[in-house]
Design a protein around this ligand. Structure first.
Ligand code: MRU
Length: 377
């Protein structure tokens, strides 16, 4: 069946623009983002000269995905410090820009703590700013290293669960180098399988309403030369029923202490489908995404996004008429339910792959053990 979907695995990497980078031109330091709202049509950079521009970029999803939000938040604190803004205020605005991905506040607080400690030690704002920047750079590097280790552990797990090879993997949202200092989380595992010659097909959920799957994951898959096929989110059920999915791989925005996984809305229905069809549902996330202060799934704050993201579609080149700047696809005044995330209970998760190892079965104790190991290191 797979061959009838054969497509476009032959794209070559057009350019190599990192998702985020710190630059120091003569006019002063800036944080440069690849504007993810413009992909795949255009590769446009967004230059942030202060934390408030970064807050706006985070809210609009120009920069997004849990690990990258942490890195961006840390650089945002450094940017405020280097440019002489009030660091406390900038840190609070950045940490509160989006509520669900725990990495954002974690990255912000790490750079802020480094800034405070250096200021207390030296009394010199310049040295304090340097310390915040060093913390951001360290987080950036650590995330790249964690990504590589997750890919190794994840591929080993896939090979163990699916000994025949030729993996057909379904993924949701976007979890590659656009969300990471390295090659990402779930996507990094698929990429490792592809490089090892063991990925038969990556099924890419389009991920309504903001299309992170079709706009971003398909873009990354094409650039990597993978065999991939795009499907609407509501086509996943029939794909499972046809026996075309060997495993589901997703990332996470926050993992509660009991192993509940908050991730892009639409992940939970995939976990239910996976269980019904006896297919492993695997979550790939760094230990920084596990939040011991969130006891369970019910305690996760799920971001609610504006209704116009559902009632309108933004298409470049088409005249805009809706309140959100897009083309209406629902009658004017229609109310929309638009949670950005959903929560999958631990009993539906086959395994959580971290850089410190694989948690399976997913229990609070096993999760605490793996994360405790990381925190002691
Ligand atoms: O709203 P987004 O695009 O920031 O949501 C991103 C996701 O849900 C990702 O799956 C998650 O952050 C994991 S990325 C490694």
């Amino acid at each position: 069946m797979a061959d009838q979907y054969a497509q476009s695995g032959e794209h070559k990497r057009p350019t190599e623009i990192p998702a985020i980078r710190w630059e120091e031109p003569p006019e002063g330091p800036v944080l440069v983002l690849l504007d993810q709202t413009r992909l795949p049509a255009e590769e446009v950079e967004l230059v942030c000269t202060d934390a408030s521009a970064l807050v706006e970029a985070i809210r609009s999803l120009a920069v997004r995905g849990a690990p990258l939000l942490g890195i961006a938040g840390a650089y945002g604190v450094a940017l405020a410090a280097v440019r002489g803004f009030e660091v406390e205020e900038a840190a609070n605005a950045l940490a509160g820009a989006r509520p669900t991905a725990v990495n954002l506040a974690l990255g912000v607080r790490r750079a802020q703590a480094a800034h405070q400690a250096a200021l207390a030690r030296t009394g010199d704002p310049r040295q304090a700013a340097d310390a915040a920047l060093a913390a951001a750079r360290a987080l950036h590097r650590e995330d790249a290293a964690a990504s590589a280790r997750m890919a190794e552990h994840g591929l080993a797990l896939l090979d163990e669960l699916l000994p025949g090879g030729g993996h057909r993997i379904l993924t949701h949202c976007n979890t590659g180098s656009l969300v990471s200092g390295g090659e990402g989380t779930a996507f990094a595992v698929a990429l490792a399988a592809h490089r090892a010659g063991r990925l038969r097909r990556l099924w890419v959920d389009e991920t309504r309403p903001l299309l992170q799957g079709s706009r971003l994951t398909a873009y990354e898959a094409a650039r990597s030369g993978m065999a991939y096929t795009l499907l609407t989110d509501n086509a996943a059920g029939s794909l499972f029923a046809a026996g075309e999915v060997d495993a589901v791989l997703v990332g996470a925005d926050r993992i509660a202490a009991d192993g509940s996984v908050a991730n892009k809305v639409g992940s939970y229905p995939l976990a239910v489908l996976a269980r019904y069809h006896h297919v492993p549902f695997i979550v790939v996330a760094p230990v920084t995404t596990v939040d011991p202060d969130t006891p369970d799934g019910a305690s996760v704050e799920v971001e609610q996004r504006p209704g116009y993201e559902v009632t309108e579609v933004t298409v470049p080149q088409v005249p805009v008429t809706g309140a959100g700047g897009g083309v209406p696809v629902a009658p004017l005044g229609t109310q929309a339910y638009n949670p950005a995330f959903d929560v999958t209970p631990p009993e539906l998760v086959t395994a959580i792959v971290t850089e410190e190892g694989v948690v399976s079965p997913v229990t609070a104790e096993a999760l605490a053990q793996v994360c405790g190991r990381a925190r002691r290191a």
